[in-house]
Ligand binder design. Sequence first.
Ligand SMILES: NC(=O)c1ccc[n+]([C@@H]2O[C@H](COP(=O)([O-])OP(=O)(O)OC[C@H]3O[C@@H](n4cnc5c(N)ncnc54)[C@H](OP(=O)(O)O)[C@@H]3O)[C@@H](O)[C@H]2O)c1
Length: 327
Amino acid sequence: MNIAILGPGGIADDQHAPAVLNHPDTSLWSVLSRSAERAEAFSKRHDLKAPNPAHTDLAELLADPLLDAVIIATPDRLHSTQVLAAARAGKHILLEKPMATSVSECDAMIEACRTNDVTLAMAYHLRWHRGHRLIRQQVSSGMLGALRHIRVHWTFQAPDGSNWRSSPETGRWWALAANGTHCLDLIRWMMMPTEGEITRILSLQSSTKFGSPHDETSIVALTFESGATAEFCVSVQFDSPSRIEIYGDTGSVLLDGTMGRHGGGDIVLNGVPVSFPAENPFQAEFNDFIEAVREGRPPEVDGSEGRRNVALLLDAINAQNNDSNPI
Ligand SMILES: NC(=O)c1ccc[n+]([C@@H]2O[C@H](COP(=O)([O-])OP(=O)(O)OC[C@H]3O[C@@H](n4cnc5c(N)ncnc54)[C@H](OP(=O)(O)O)[C@@H]3O)[C@@H](O)[C@H]2O)c1
């Protein structure tokens, strides 16, 4: 299969291009940038295979009959338009998170992929971390008894306020879109098999460091159908070690440094270190996308999961905006 990348930025360079190149049955075919120079440079860097691989016009890139699929790794506000265009051109789509910036956009994206019979997979690579998969299997089968609480903490320090996520033109959330969307996905994925859906959300945001119109720090608290609870803290204001803590009636799991692009970190289950293969989660995510297309089955993380995540991110912001009880 021939794969194009839309948005030759950080995650495309670092993870998506290598994943396509490492797959035995895919070719990195073409690329879309706003700049001809950047498209050419990306093509050279990753040895793209199309006769004319470097594009600045999306319709032109999509008109290529030899192109099978696109990986969309552009700013969040661009996702919806690009997914609609790719679906209408009959190209399968692996889409970076968060899916879009409104629920109505997500609905239109899902419908366009359905009517044009193309696969839409969401890039929540932390579900492909081998340690996370092992722990999910164990907590779902009752290793900790009934689950009571999950706490997730994941921050980094942005160099300044100029990131596109901070601009309403290109993003709608900052910390919530950079890390929060992953935390939310991971919490739902771990809890839902036994604790049901999220039924309540509360949140606090701060933007005091860079003066961003979007959240620089977000603290979100959640309740599940069973009554179990969860919380996560994400920030672009400061560096700190990442951590996931899962508590049940008969034990706990602590996951240190497992968030991020690598597949590593340390996991301790009921006081005992857990070993797992530290494999690249982006490769497994891409492999699943290709298999889903080939087999005509849904990908592991589909558009409905992306849509639910966007709805909850919006709820998180609204929960703070509707706070009627400030001290
Ligand atoms: N799964 C993960 O862990 C993970 C990690 C990082 C990012 N992401 C997601 O991947 C997507 C891209 O993020 P990134 O960190 O790779 O961002 P990035 O490094 O800024 O790259 C985004 C690329 O999009 C292109 N672009 C098109 N229009 C743009 C605009 N108006 N402003 C800025 N860039 C524009 C740019 O390429 P040209 O300038 O050449 O057009 C840019 O290189 C986002 O949806 C993000 O949430 C996911």
